[in-house]
Design a protein around this ligand. Sequence first.
Ligand code: URA
Length: 228
Amino acid sequence: MIRQRQIETSAADFIPQDRSIDGLRLAARTCRDCELHREATQTVFGEGPSDARAVFVGDQPGGEDDREGRPFAGPAGKLLDAVLQEVGIDRRQIYLTNVVKHFKSGRREREHRAAKATSREIHAWIPWLEAELEAIRPEVVICLGAMAAQSLLGPTFRVSRQHGQIRPTAWAPWTIATFHPAAILHCPDAIRADIQQAFVADMKLVAERMRTIEFTHHDPGDESSRGA
Ligand code: URA
C-alpha cells in the first residue's frame, strides 16, 4: 500500500502555481492524472467570465463537447440554454464547468453520451473544480445533477430529495443543486414533465438570486461595476 502510494501521482502534481482561470485552463490541457486523457480529443475546461457571479457545474463532457472543446455544447446544453433563456439568465454572464473535464467514451453508450466517470476519475478532477471556484469566488453555485452535487455537497446528497435547497458552502454563500438537464432528456416519459417542472422552478430561484445580487451591487455611477 505504502509502495503504491509512493508511485501514484496526485492532482496536486498537475495543478499549476498560477491558479488564475487562465493558468488553470492552460495547465489542464496537459493533465494526465487519470486515464481519460487517452480517449478524449481534448480537455473541456470551464467557459465564461473569470469574475462571473454564478458558476454552474455539470458532470462531464459528452461527445459533442469533446469535439468542440466547450462544455454543454451538445443536446443537454441546448436544453440548458433554453431553460436559461426561459428564466432570464444570460449564458454569457455565467461560468459553466464540469467536475470531470475529459470525455469518457463507452461502446454501449449513444455517441453523444459519455460513460460515467469512475470515482477515481472524479476524485482526480475535484481539486481542479475547487481551484476554479477559488479563483472565481462566485456568489452562487449551481450543481447540475448528482456528480456535481455529491462532489461539492457530500456523498450522501440526493438530488431527487434535496434539489432546490439553498445553503452556504465553502464555495459560495448561496449554493443549490438541481437536476441535470440530461436527466430530463433520458428519464422515462412518465416522470419527464415532473423533472422538467422541478428543474425550471429551481432555475427560477437561481435567476431571482442573480437579479437580487445584480440589484444590490449595481452602482449607476460606476460603469465598470460588474454586469453594468
Ligand atoms: N455536457 C457537459 O459539458 N456537461 C455535462 O454534464 C453534460 C453534457
